[in-house]
Design a protein around this ligand. Structure first.
Ligand code: UDX
Length: 433
């Protein structure tokens, strides 16, 4: 099939490439000429495991092209909208400027029988509004939310847990056309749910709200664990054995960040308020607050361990990305903590295997090390804030020779406390004995 994907960020670039890799003819469109130039040259504009290779292999088939020229969209029959919906600058709601611009930009190339498919995360009510804008062209609109996780974007796009189509007409041709797009995944037995617009929009934000709530729940438990001498990791293991609860997304630490969870729960709570049902989602404000409080807690632990003040103290920060296997520092607890400690006068040196360049762009005033060893050299405190495998694997004996003081603060509860203590380190986690 001939597809277009509008917006070539994490979501769009991976979707365009994945769809071309399974046999469709795809044009990826973006207004950012630099991004398009890099993608067309086979160079991923972000770090995502497996994506570079898939991009290069798929470009070689000739089925995947990238363009900044709107007229290049005209040949496609199905147009995916995969632009960002960031938090508004003047509030907590979603900024729909890019979605609106994408739809307006499409109108001149749309004709009878074309299908516009929204993938971006939008406030409930948006799909119907956009369907009304598209209708006079004779094209149809469906909403098909995307659930990909950074670090697993390729796998999640090719083999999603489920596929959801939101449509005003479940019996109409739009469903059959999307079935053809996703024929491979559907043949593999991946569940497909056809819903109305509102449900499809809510599925995405409800899933992210649930995940965020799970993380903040365990972080709240970590605060109580700290107050009572309990161990939150053992607690999570024990409650996680209950299949109704499950162990995943119960890792306490400095909390969630990234381009999705934080802004999605804020936009969702704001939308509920607009609908006159703010009370229903008021708990999401608390989820947000618990999450942000974890960052303060970690800064307080560092300060406490350093005798009450971090000013002038050498602190090694291991991690900048909001999670491992990503170079994304949007709303990253790790980068926030490095920034705060620097702001409190600490001599902070940070290292991350992939995210230094993205961090430097937004925080040029921070100091970055080229290697983990360089960050550790002379450190009076070592703080792990992103659970990269490289940090999990750090050898406490070797690290001990580099630092000034054997003080390790595990902001992701990802290290083997016993091993570090056995090597003479003072170990602190969040909610961990
Ligand atoms: C999320 C959703 O998982 C995905 O389905 C959606 O499409 C986009 O948003 P992503 O932003 O890639 O994906 O990150 P995710 O893996 O969900 O992690 C979010 C944050 O939560 C990270 O900062 C991570 O470190 C943190 N986290 C996760 C915890 O603090 N504890 C956990 O137990 C799990």
């Amino acid at each position: 099939m001939r597809l277009s994907v509008i917006g070539c960020g994490y979501l769009g670039a991976v979707h365009a490439t994945a769809m071309a890799s399974i046999g469709h003819e795809v044009v990826g469109f973006d207004v950012d000429a630099d991004k398009i130039g890099r993608l067309a040259a086979g160079e991923a504009p972000f770090f995502e495991p497996g994506f570079d290779e898939l991009l290069r292999d798929t470009l070689a088939t000739g089925r995947l092209t990238f363009s900044t020229e709107p007229s290049d969209l005209a040949a496609a029959q199905v147009h995916f909208i995969a632009v960002g919906t960031p938090q508004r600058e003047d509030g907590d709601g979603a900024d729909l400027r890019f979605v609106d611009a994408a739809v307006q930009g499409l109108l001149p190339v749309l004709s009878e029988g074309d299908v516009v498919v929204g993938k971006s995360t939008v406030p409930v009510g948006t799909a119907q509004r956009l369907a009304d804008i598209v209708a006079p062209t004779g094209a149809l609109l469906l909403w098909n939310p995307e659930f990909l996780r950074e670090g697993f974007a390729v796998q999640d796009t090719l083999e999603p847990d489920r596929i959801v189509y939101g449509t005003a007409d479940p019996e109409g041709p739009g469903v059959a056309i999307l079935d053809e797009v996703y024929a491979k995944a559907l043949a593999a037995g991946i569940p497909r749910l056809v819903t109305d617009f509102s449900t499809s929009e809510l599925v995405k934000v409800a899933a992210n709200a649930f995940l965020a709530t799970k993380i903040s729940f365990i972080n709240a438990m970590s605060e109580i664990a700290d107050a009572t001498g309990a161990d939150v990791t053992q607690l999570a293991d024990a409650i996680g054995h209950d299949v109704r609860i499950g162990r995943r997304f119960l890792n306490a630490g400095v909390g969630f960040g990234g381009g999705c969870l934080p802004k999605d729960i804020r936009a969702f709570a704001t939308r509920a308020e607009e609908l006159g049902h703010g009370r229903a989602l008021r708990f999401l404000r608390e989820v947000d607050e618990i999450n942000l409080r974890q960052r303060n807690r970690l800064v307080d632990v560092v300060s406490e361990e350093l005798g009450g003040s971090v000013a002038g103290r050498r602190i090694a920060i291991l991690g900048l990305a909001f999670k491992p296997n990503s170079d994304d520092t949007r709303d990253s607890p790790a980068l926030d903590i490095a920034t705060r400690l620097h702001g409190l006068g600490a001599d902070v040196i940070s290292y991350d295997p992939e995210a230094i360049e993205t961090a430097r762009r937004v925080r040029p005033h921070l100091t970055y090390a080229r290697t983990a060893d360089e960050a550790l050299a002379g450190a009076e405190a070592t703080v792990v804030v992103t659970e990269w495998e490289q940090f999990r694997q750090l050898d406490p004996e070797t690290a001990a020779d580099l630092v000034a003081d054997r003080l390790i603060i595990d902001g992701r509860n990802c290290l083997d406390a016993g091993r570090w203590r056995a090597a003479g380190w003072s170990y602190r986690g969040l909610g961990r004995r």
